[in-house]
Design a protein around this ligand. Sequence first.
Ligand SMILES: *[C@@H]1O[C@H](CO)[C@@H](O)[C@H](O)[C@H]1NC(C)=O
Ligand SMILES: *[C@@H]1O[C@H](CO)[C@@H](O)[C@H](O)[C@H]1NC(C)=O
Ligand SMILES: *[C@@H]1O[C@H](CO)[C@@H](O)[C@H](O)[C@H]1NC(C)=O
Ligand SMILES: *[C@@H]1O[C@H](CO)[C@@H](O)[C@H](O)[C@H]1NC(C)=O
Length: 295
Amino acid sequence: MRVTLPLLILAASSAHAAPFMAVNNGGVKAWDSGAVNDYIIHVSCNATEVHQLRKGLADAITLAAHARDHVLRWGNASEIYRRYFGNAASGEVVGNLEKIVSADKGSVLFRCDNPDGNCDIEGWAGHWRGANATGETVICPLSFTTRRYLEQICAFGFTVSGSKPNELFGSDLIHRLYHTPAIGEGHVEHFADSYEDVLELGKHNSTFAVRDSNTLQYFALDAYAYDIAVPGIGCAGNIIKSSPEQQRTTTSSQTSSLRPSTSTAPSSTVTQPPSSTFEVPEGCHTHEGGELHCA
Ligand SMILES: *[C@@H]1O[C@H](CO)[C@@H](O)[C@H](O)[C@H]1NC(C)=O
Ligand SMILES: *[C@@H]1O[C@H](CO)[C@@H](O)[C@H](O)[C@H]1NC(C)=O
Ligand SMILES: *[C@@H]1O[C@H](CO)[C@@H](O)[C@H](O)[C@H]1NC(C)=O
Ligand SMILES: *[C@@H]1O[C@H](CO)[C@@H](O)[C@H](O)[C@H]1NC(C)=O
């Protein structure tokens, strides 16, 4: 008794102690009770799909976490940062990347069945369920045979500017996660589609670049490629290699000539859904590669 009492007072009066943790919490739940720290995968995914999806989600987190750390270390002193976000303050970029890593994941679900029938459409590798279930993403079988893993960035001819971010499972899933309210909050959205559009947005409209889904993906890929995958070299590709001055004075007709000649066109297995057999639901649009996204 004589020992316990002073200890209790000490714990409760220390400015840095978490009082409910340090002493018996008297039945009060810890502030983060019920937190969900891992993305949830539905039972409809079989054993191998779960393994691949877990790896893809781990890649998404690795990419986002490194991009966040790159910004925290260098801010706008980073050429890669300025390439995508121009003169924007870095706080929102850090926050949007951190959402992928650390947001509560309790209302985000990945499933491998085909509740909306969209996986039946040739070339569809997955889709956000939109108004049918805003927190849910369907990953179709095609994803498991076509997406590549983060170890393969800068390999097989992959370049940040010349390849599609969805060739890698990690960046593909960053895109899908931003569609969910828990991660994107309806705030991270699509404002720029092509790589050139992303560069334009960063240069002239950085308020929107910091919350553009594609910009955040390209930035994360570029930073990871340069810092981690092929240190000090990366695999930016031809468009980025053109000098900033060249980019500033490039007209839209010249822009296309800056595309790498080996630009990876959508592969023959990934095609736009034929409009005759599929109606795009209201509020939705399709991306290159035939994937459905709903506002
Ligand atoms: C870069 O960030 C610093 C603050 O870290 C700020 O003072 C400066 O204006 C920024 N430069 C540009 C070009 O945005
Ligand atoms: C939502 O469900 C309806 C009815 O099954 C379907 O027609 C529609 O395509 C679904 N929406 C999405 C985004 O899949
Ligand atoms: C899981 O489903 C995939 C299709 O996405 C299939 O290729 C694979 O063989 C299945 N794995 C098992 C263990 O059944
Ligand atoms: C920035 O982009 C947004 C979204 O496309 C657009 O609504 C807005 O008008 C743009 N602002 C400027 C100054 O171009």
